[in-house]
Write a protein that binds this ligand. Sequence first.
Ligand code: ADP
Ligand code: MG
Length: 617
Amino acid sequence: MGEGQSDRQAPPSIKLLSSNLSDQIAAGEVVERPASVVKEVLENALDAGARHIDIEIEAGGTRLIRVRDDGFGIPRDQLSLALTRHATSKVSTLEDLEAITTLGFRGEALPSIASVSRLQLISAQDGNGWQVGSGAEGGDPQPAPHPQGTSVVVRDLFYNTPARRKFLRTERTEQSHIEEALRRLAMARFDVRFTWRYNGRTGQDLPIAESESARAGRVSKLLGRGFMEHALPLRSEAAGLSLEGWIATPAFARAAANMQYVYVNGRVIRDKTVSHAIRLGYADVLHQGRHPAYLLYLELDPTRVDVNVHPTKSEVRFRDSRMVHDFIHRAVRERLRDARAGVGETNPNVATDGAFGGAPAMPMPIAGFPGGGAGGLSGYRPNFEMAVAGGSVSETTGFYQLAAQPLATAVEGGLSPETEEVEIPPLGYALAQLHGIYILAQNRAGLVLVDMHAGHERILYERLKQQRADNPLVRQPLLIPLVLHLSGREMDTVLTAQDELLSHGFEVTPSGPESVTIREVPALLRDADASAMVRDLIADLQRFGSSNRTAQEQDQLLSTLACHTSVRANRQLTLPEMNGLLREMEATERSGQCNHGRPTWVQLDLSAIDKLFMRGR
Ligand code: ADP
Ligand code: MG
């Protein structure tokens, strides 16, 4: 031991970092890649009240990032200060920090960027432009002509930090990160015009979009038309919280979670509470392993959310996260519940032209079929032959003539054929059954295809769930009580949440300092793994203050039950049976999707059918 001590070196002495080095260290947190520069500089422009922001990018942002705004500018005597760390015009007191309404507040971005690049800051107020620069270009402001507003010019990013430069990817990758940063900011502020160019070529020109449809247009440009075609507009308000935006129908679910945007008071964020709440809202309409797409704006009093959590300000902490969670969950859930088969502002299941890949490989002759409604169709018809109920249809005029006729012919229950404006239900009236799997129906827009098993499954499932909701939860004692060992923190949760656990159907009592005994479980879940479920429940209660797990597990069970009892393929249905199924689907919540998140029906508009036959209308 004595020897070891004599080997020990003198401890290194503590020194203050040079300001340039400490700026570079701070930059490591804020400026990860060119896209981070774009984000910070644009946020400053928005904070400055800009109405138009123009962006120029070269070589994936490593050679040049130039951002010009028409905001209120920076006075000459404060230009150098703007490049000094911890200098900000946005907060000055602790109260300010607790109710931040600007995107920036740390006073770190510009000095950080300046320490790892050659930066020029040019700004003009009242027609007088001045500029300062980082490094050798520093010093007193020099006159520089510039229109009202500010330009930030960042050249040779990371030229003096080789370690950071090595982590950069290809120009294309960096550019796609920049594109994503621009997209997020452009969707944050519809009242600002954005223009950007890559390597001198126009990337985007987004005019100010105040109206509802102009906003939707901007989102279409940024997220693609598919998103908007499947988007359900959402608007909900409660207890000082407001949620607006669009959620895509389950049919538009993605393989990756890469089209999920949430803004909190105008700031794009990632937050587990929020994404969990949305995900729950999609419970049992989403196909396994798929991710919903959404663009949502949450607004709340700034004192109810802490934005000072993360160096890049991309995370927040809600003062009352349980309330936020429940509010969002409910809003999304209710919006999706309203999306019944055949109902909605947008048709979630429109078969687009592409879905049919141009002309079909096989002709689809339309054969006449004697009407009368009641009788079932004779069984299997080969070669995609389609039988049409109601009226004689000639080979040549086919659908067109039929469409011109009142649609009620195939229905029992008597809508008078004379009525010109008959009320046609959204999913229309059944014409025939195809291969024992699909119902073909005709509605105003054209042809509707329904997957009868999927549709029936949803109807049964919603009925079973309703029954469960209407009846109190039945608990069943375990033959042999289960002992569960928990951590101290988990114990705390159990002690405060025993009633909550009971309301989920689990009777859990402490049986030692770090163990509990499970004596009763929900009868419906008697065969489930009770210890795993209780552990998950506790974890949920710790993280979100609430849990939907038992409901989810029970739903899972009911869903399987529904799946096994619903009509199987190849069962011949009569026309009245088919129409009955269609009417029930229209009346059932969430009937646009089966329990596994697949669509239950598809609309094929006449215009789409016309295209198949290259027929102009
Ligand atoms: P923060 O945004 O956190 O205040 P920054 O380092 O990003 O810190 O910017 C420092 C200061 O420079 C800001 O507080 C603001 O006063 C000024 N500033 C930066 N960019 C602009 C701009 N585009 N227009 C007007 N003022 C700006
Ligand atoms: Mg800033």
